[in-house]
Design a protein around this ligand. Structure first.
Ligand SMILES: [Zn+2]
Length: 164
């Protein structure tokens, strides 16, 4: 156990060392980066680094100073798209993970063996456990006469038909 821990630590240190050897960049060096103003890959001078990561650069074409974006198009582009479309998307993800967290907490305190198989023609009450063929284990949150209930599943709250 001690040996494997040492092995990991050594390997990690070697990797760090290798990474530094490979790039060996420092402030004042010139490298290719995507310019936020020119919107193309241009030569940039490194202004600031955190450990061995370039964080801020100055474009040699337009003299604009901005955060460093690697010349590879894919990752920064996806980040930019995420940022623009961010607000509603993040809200949706947040709501879903909140439901998931609630489901996880509930599922820990209940006995899955007590779940009632979901059937449209069946009646359910709030807090009943339901076993659904697609959504899995869920718990009834609300019931609305004559035939609707909201059930919290791992994947979120679903509106299901039932008979009340
Ligand atoms: Zn530029």
């Amino acid at each position: 156990m001690v040996f494997s821990f040492l092995g990991v630590a050594l390997r990690r240190r070697t990797e760090l060392f290798k990474g530094r050897m490979k790039k060996n960049l420092s402030a004042g060096d010139v490298l290719d980066a995507r310019c936020t103003r020119c919107r193309v890959v241009t030569n940039h001078t490194i202004i600031a680094m955190v450990e061995d990561k370039v964080v801020r650069v100055q474009c040699n074409t337009c003299n604009g100073v901005h955060n460093y974006y690697a010349p590879v198009e894919k990752r920064p582009a996806r980040t930019a798209v995420q940022k623009e479309a961010g607000a509603p998307k993040r809200a949706r993800v947040g709501r879903q993970s909140a439901a998931q967290a609630e489901w996880e907490e509930l599922s820990r305190s209940v006995d899955p063996g007590a779940a009632i198989r979901y059937e449209m023609g069946r009646g359910y009450r709030v807090d009943d456990l339901v076993q659904h063929p697609v959504f899995g284990l869920g718990i009834v949150k609300t019931t609305t006469r004559p035939n609707k209930m909201e059930v919290l599943f791992e994947g979120g709250v679903k509106l299901l038909r039932c008979t009340l």
